[in-house]
Structures are given as structure tokens and as C-alpha cells.
Design a protein around this ligand. Structure first.
Ligand code: SAM
Ligand code: SF4
Length: 706
């Protein structure tokens, strides 16, 4: 036997051994080899000392079936590596195509951008193997079908199950090309030798696509997701760095590249890594956005949630709160603004305004004050930094108090808004407890921090809020609404509501309707309660509101929202000048009736008709002299006006592009979408400097819209 054949055979034997171990110990073994870089002691040292205990999050985060030998001893990690004697260059031209579909919230969209970045990283190497990935938008063109999932409600999960079944059925009908696969069996070396040397004992097999489930549902259900045979790969939200290695284990490997290529059966049939992390923030990964041309970008600033609201599965699927370093966030936002044409950054996190960067650098730069709490010596900001402050005294953290040195959310918003006065800053999804006065003041001061606060109430009843473990009463929440409206003029307030939570009475439901009627929200996301496993409600309460009652109450809150938003938009928006960040042609735009659209500071969508292919209007430069003069002299100095109008009429019109700011006069409201007339292209700074009064437009307004 030649040396070459001998080497290949011994490699194959190693692989077969691993395969048989896998078959013996089940798919879960791969999760045990999660490539954590910290020892147990190190990880414990790195843990923040606030919040709930670790066991809340990790007790069920690991697979139940650990790899063990027949005596039940832990056999430890089984690394996957390139077979000896096969050069890694043989794998380097192996390109696998993946298709990625995302369900759920913005965090999932942002996580998919991280997954894309990990897979497209040319330098992704692991254990000596190297494969490269390519994204495809065509499902049936892909080798790997990834679905990033949401577990927040049962119907979100049902959609995913349905998709997985459809994908498998589709794959069975339209398999990938046939591969010549060598069936490697440990005890049959001769057959293998022949197969490798002479291409005998080989058979052409249909290659199945790898179906992978990522995200919250993967984390919640773990191995259970393998049960109906549709999924091959399960990866939780903190394990995305492991994806290339896991996919490598599932893909058939080339064992000979000369002559007719031969492939070995994949090392594993199924692979799983659902380990939650205490410090993974993917801070060093530059996300690859699905739509790089979008004028808005999401930047993930923190992960996980410590709140443990009694209905919510997020703390179990996303783990503990951890924040990215402020500097890395600002850098990512700066690059998006300066190099990718992004004009709006939305800071993202499950409880985004509970952000707290406690890295060494943050602690040195922003130490806690020794005299915390002494209002005579320090500004409110100092006190906030020294000791964590809730929105008002009626709010509490459900778990231990936080505080101490480092950067808080207000520092982050300030730092990102400093990048440029032309860059808008938003954030989602916040908790109402984390709106300290300092943050509200900053939002009021800065034109580029959007006047929009999401304040998920969930219920208007203090007794339901207590059962939900939200940490506030109806009264504290309403006091905060008053503070917000008196501090930030023209602010839009939005919310989430759940109907039919455990034990909800008609009276408690009426409290929700009356809160909605009182606040008059600018947008609301409303859901019927869906009981989730592991949550406090699941363990201690009964899901006793019948489905038809939940649905009827849901319809009532939806109709309360709709009635109020129409009244509010008719009163506050119609006739008003709004500065839009133009996003491009509207979805419903069609030949002969073209419309473009964008969003206001208040996050309201406005569409405006255009006459040609692209919008054209006046520029800020040509409008400014007239508006300045109108402000100072109207109506007495008609000479100035006629001179200026003469110049204005001769000035050229400019084209509007996605990413421009433009002034629109709103002339109609249909529910929560507004329609308007395009006035002029603006800059955010210019618009605010002009200090425009809505009544300035007068006759000039109708001239502008011609
Ligand atoms: N962190 C935000 C907060 O504190 O309100 C909410 C984020 S949560 C991912 C999004 C929304 O889903 C929640 O505000 C809540 O209204 C809804 N939700 C969460 N769990 C739910 C459940 N079990 N049934 C119905 N809706 C639920
Ligand atoms: Fe879920 Fe939001 Fe409560 Fe966290 S704060 S547990 S994400 S509802």
C-alpha cells in the first residue's frame, strides 16, 4: 500500500470513529465542545454582580444529553479536524451556498446580519478546515437553509414549524445534485481502500440540504427541534460563531479530488449548540446588512434581559443582560454614517435603555461618585451615573439594584448623537423603568435624537401589572407619560399591550382601555396572551382567560387604538410641516401614480406623490432667504419680498434621493399613515436653525408646492 493510501485510510478510520461516537452519543455531543475561551473561574469572575442568579438562565441552556462513554463518564470534547494527510487547500475551494430567512423582532434581523458576517468571513477557519460560504436568495439554490426564529408567542413558533416542514418536503422533491459518496465503515478497511484507490464500492446519493434553526426557538426547544426529522442543525443566539464548524460537520467532505471526486458521508447527521454566554456581544463582528442600501441601520448595543416579566420567554432564550463597550458601538455607527450612507441609527437591545457598559475603560472614564446622592454637590447626571436611577419613584427593578461606575444609556445616546448633527438616533426596545429625567432632557435638547418614545405598558391595570412582574403601577406609568410630554414637546409615544393575561377580569381589561384612551398612543403593538413554558406565569398561574375572550378583548384594544390615532393625527399632523428622512419609492407606488415615502422624527410614515420618475423640489438654499425675510418683515416690507421672490423663482430645482431630508406638508391622515406634499430638500440642522413657524408658509407654501 502506498504511503498516500495508508494516510488516507488512517484518516478515514479516525473519522469513522468519530462518526460512530456521534451515532452512539447522539447529536448533543457537539454542544459540549462549544469553543468558550474562559475557564469556569474566569467566567464567574467576569459575571456582573447584579440581577438574578445565574441559575435562572443557564439551568436549562445546555443540552440534557451529555456525551458519555458506556460507563456514563463524560468523554469531554471531541474536536472536529481535517483528516490528516488531506491538505486544507483541498477544502479551500469548497463553496457552500446558504439561504437565510428571519422571523421576529429587530434583534433577530440584526442577529441575521451577524450570522451573515460570520459565514461570509473569508478567514473563517476552524480546526484546520476551510470552507467558504456564499449567500443566495433562492431557497432551492442553497446547500444550507437557515431560519432565524422567534419564540415569543405560540403562533410565531407554529409559522416556523410549518416552514421547516415545507422546506423538507421541497428538498425531498428537488434534491441537490447526486454526489459520489463513499460509505465509510470502521470495520471494513479493504472496501474503503478499494473505494479510494479504484473508485469502486461507491454509490451516487442524492444530497440533502442542511436545514438549520437559529435563534430563540432553537434555544427554547433544543433537541426537541430534531424530533420530527425536519431540522439538522440547531444553534442558539449566543453560538453563532460556531456555525461554520457545525456546518462543516454536517456537509459531505471531499476525500479525493483527482479524477471523479469522491465524498465521504458527513461526520454528523445532526448538530446542536445552544450554550448561552455571559459575555458574548459579537462586538468585534461587523454585521453584513441584508439591505445595504437602507438609509437606516440597526446597531445592537446589548443582549439578553434580566427583567423576568412573568409572561415572557426572552430571558430564557436570550440569557442575561450584557452590554457592548460604548466605544465599539460609536465606531460602528460612525462607519455606517461616514462610509455606508446611513442617516439613521437605531440602537437595539431587549431592554435597550438598561444599557450599562462596565468595561475597564468605561469604569476608569466614568467612575462612580463617592458622594452619590448629594444633590447640592452634583448635577442630576452625576447622581444618575453614581447610582442607577429608575424613571420615577413608582418604578422598581424587579431584582437587585444596579448602579456604579461606567457608561449608562444616556451616555451612549449622547455619544452616538455627537457623530453628526445630520445623523438621527433612535432606539428600541426599551422598558419604561429606564427613562431617568436625564435621558428625557437629552432627548429634548438634541434635534437629532428622535422625539419618539416606546413605552410598553402591557396593561393599564395595576393588579395585572403586579402579576406580570412589571415593576410599576398604572399611576407611576401615567406620571412618567406626563413627565415625557412636558419635557419633550411634540413627542410620539408608542406601546405594547397584552390582552387576556392570567386571571385578567373585565374590570382589569377596562383599565387597559381607559389607559389607552387617556394616553392616545401614536402606535401600538397588541397581542393576545400566549402562555410560554418555563416562565413564572407558566409555573405559578393558570392561563384561564378563554381564547374567544382574549380575542374579543384584543379587538377592543385594537379599535380603541385606531379610533384615537385617527383623531390624534387629524388634530396634530394634518396641515403640519414635517421633516422626513426619505426612504425611497413607496411599496404601493405604481406607474401613473408614483409615490415616495419617509419617516418623521416621530417615526410616522408619510408618503408624497411625485410627478416624474424621481422627486424634484426646491432646495434649502433657495428657500432660506425668503423664509428669513418672512420671519422678520412679513407683511410690511413688500419690496424685500418681491426681490426675493424674483431670485427664488429663477433658482433651480433639485432632485431628492433616498437618504435626503425633505420638508413635507401633511395634508391627510389615514389611520397611522400620513400623506403630504413635498416642499423642499432640507438639512436637519438648517431646518431647526430656521425655527420655522407653521404659519410662515401662507401664500409662499402654495408657491413651493407648485
Ligand atoms: N422589552 C420590551 C418590554 O419590556 O416591554 C418588550 C420586548 S418583547 C420581545 C415584545 C412584546 O411581545 C412585549 O412587549 C409583549 O407585549 C409581547 N409579549 C411578550 N411575551 C408575550 C406572551 N407570552 N404573549 C403575548 N405577548 C407577549
Ligand atoms: Fe420580556 Fe421585555 Fe420583560 Fe425583558 S423586559 S422579560 S424582554 S417583556
Amino acid at each position: 500500500m502506498s504511503n498516500q493510501s495508508f494516510r488516507i485510510l488512517s484518516n478515514l478510520r479516525r473519522l469513522q470513529l468519530r462518526q460512530s461516537q456521534f451515532r452512539k452519543y447522539g447529536p448533543a455531543f457537539i454542544s459540549r465542545w462549544q469553543s468558550t475561551t474562559h475557564s469556569k473561574e474566569e467566567r464567574n469572575r467576569r459575571l456582573p454582580d447584579d440581577g438574578v442568579t445565574l441559575s435562572h438562565f443557564i439551568s436549562n441552556s445546555q443540552s440534557n444529553s451529555k456525551p458519555a462513554n458506556e460507563q456514563g463518564e463524560d468523554i469531554g470534547p471531541i474536536p472536529i479536524s481535517a483528516p490528516l494527510g488531506i491538505e486544507s487547500s483541498q477544502f479551500s475551494n469548497r463553496v457552500l451556498k446558504f439561504h437565510l430567512k428571519t422571523y421576529g423582532c429587530q434583534m433577530n434581523v440584526s442577529d441575521s446580519d451577524i450570522v451573515r458576517s460570520i459565514l461570509l468571513d473569508e478567514n473563517a477557519t476552524f480546526s484546520g478546515n476551510q470552507i467558504s460560504f456564499e449567500e443566495t436568495q433562492e431557497e432551492m439554490d442553497a446547500d444550507i437553509l437557515l431560519t432565524n426564529t422567534c419564540a415569543i408567542r405560540e403562533n410565531a413558533e407554529s409559522k416556523v414549524w410549518q416552514r421547516l416542514r415545507e422546506l423538507r418536503a421541497h428538498d425531498n422533491k428537488n434534491p441537490l445534485e447526486k454526489l459520489t459518496i463513499v460509505e465509510a465503515e470502521e470495520e471494513n478497511e479493504d472496501r474503503l481502500e478499494n473505494a479510494v484507490r479504484f473508485g469502486k464500492k461507491k454509490k451516487a446519493q442524492k444530497r440533502k440540504r442542511i436545514i438549520g434553526v437559529l435563534g430563540c426557538m432553537a434555544e427554547r426547544l433544543k433537541e426537541d427541534m430534531f424530533k420530527d426529522g425536519t431540522a439538522d442543525l440547531i444553534v442558539g443566539p449566543d453560538a453563532y460563531r460556531d456555525l461554520p464548524r457545525l456546518i462543516n460537520a454536517l456537509a459531505p467532505k471531499p476525500i479525493s479530488t483527482t479524477g471523479q471526486p469522491l465524498y465521504e458521508t458527513p461526520m454528523m447527521e445532526r448538530a446542536l449548540n445552544v450554550e448561552l454566554s455571559f459575555d458574548e456581544t459579537y462586538a468585534d463582528i461587523t454585521p453584513v446588512r441584508a439591505n445595504p442600501g437602507d438609509v437606516s441601520a440597526f446597531v445592537s448595543v446589548m443582549r439578553g434581559c434580566n427583567n423576568m416579566c412573568s409572561y415572557c420567554v426572552v430571558p430564557f432564550t436570550r440569557g442575561r443582560e450584557r452590554s457592548r463597550e460604548l466605544e465599539s458601538i460609536v465606531e460602528e455607527a460612525r462607519i455606517l454614517y461616514e462610509q455606508s450612507g446611513v442617516k439613521e441609527i437605531c440602537l437595539l437591545g431587549q431592554n435597550v435603555n438598561s444599557y450599562h457598559d462596565r468595561s475597564e475603560n468605561a469604569i476608569l472614564t466614568n467612575p462612580a461618585l463617592e458622594t452619590a446622592g448629594n444633590e447640592d454637590d452634583h448635577s442630576k447626571k452625576d447622581i444618575y451615573k453614581a447610582g442607577y436611577q429608575t424613571s420615577n419613584d413608582g418604578f422598581s427593578n424587579m431584582f437587585r439594584l444596579r448602579g456604579g461606575a461606567g457608561y449608562y444609556f444616556v451616555d451612549l445616546v449622547e455619544a452616538v448623537s455627537n457623530i453628526s448633527p445630520e445623523l438621527r438616533v433612535r432606539f428600541t426596545s426599551p422598558h419604561p423603568k429606564d427613562y431617568p429625567p436625564e435621558l428625557l432632557s437629552l432627548m429634548a435638547e438634541r434635534h437629532n435624537v428622535c422625539n419618539h418614545l416606546h413605552m410598553p405598558a402591557q396593561s393599564g391595570s395595576s393588579t395585572v401589572l403586579e402579576r406580570m412582574r412589571r415593576g410599576y403601577t398604572r399611576e407611576a406609568y401615567m406620571e412618567l407619560i406626563d413627565d415625557v410630554r412636558s419635557t419633550i414637546p411634540d413627542v410620539a409615544i408608542t406601546s405594547d399591550f397584552i390582552t387576556g393575561f392570567c386571571g385578567e377580569t373585565e374590570e382589569e381589561h377596562e383599565d387597559t382601555l381607559s389607559l389607552m384612551d387617556h394616553v392616545k398612543y401614536d402606535q401600538a403593538f397588541m397581542f393576545a396572551y400566549s402562555m410560554r413554558g418555563k416562565t413564572h406565569a407558566n409555573r405559578t398561574m393558570t392561563d384561564d382567560v378563554p381564547d374567544e375572550v382574549k380575542s374579543r378583548r384584543l379587538q377592543e384594544v385594537i379599535s380603541m387604538f385606531r379610533t384615537n390615532i385617527q383623531i390624534r393625527n387629524d388634530e396634530l399632523e394634518v396641515g403640519k410641516l414635517r421633516l422626513l428622512l426619505v426612504e425611497g419609492e413607496s411599496r404601493r407606488s405604481k406607474e401613473g401614480a408614483r409615490t415616495w415615502g419617509g419617516r418623521t422624527d416621530q417615526n410616522k410614515r408619510v408618503v408624497f406623490p411625485i410627478s416624474g420618475e424621481t422627486p424634484e423640489c426646491w432646495s434649502e438654499e433657495s428657500v432660506r432667504p425668503i423664509l428669513n425675510a418672512l420671519n422678520r418683515t412679513y407683511p410690511s416690507n413688500t419690496m424685500i419680498r418681491s426681490d426675493l421672490f424674483h431670485d427664488f423663482a429663477r433658482s433651480p430645482k433639485v432632485e431628492i434621493q433616498a437618504g435626503d431630508y425633505a420638508l413635507v406638508q401633511v395634508d391627510d391622515a389615514r389611520g397611522h399613515t400620513l400623506r403630504g406634499k413635498l416642499m423642499w430638500r432640507a438639512s436637519m440642522q438648517g431646518f431647526h436653525e430656521m425655527g420655522l413657524d407653521q404659519s410662515d408658509l401662507g401664500l409662499f407654501g402654495s408657491l413651493l408646492t407648485k
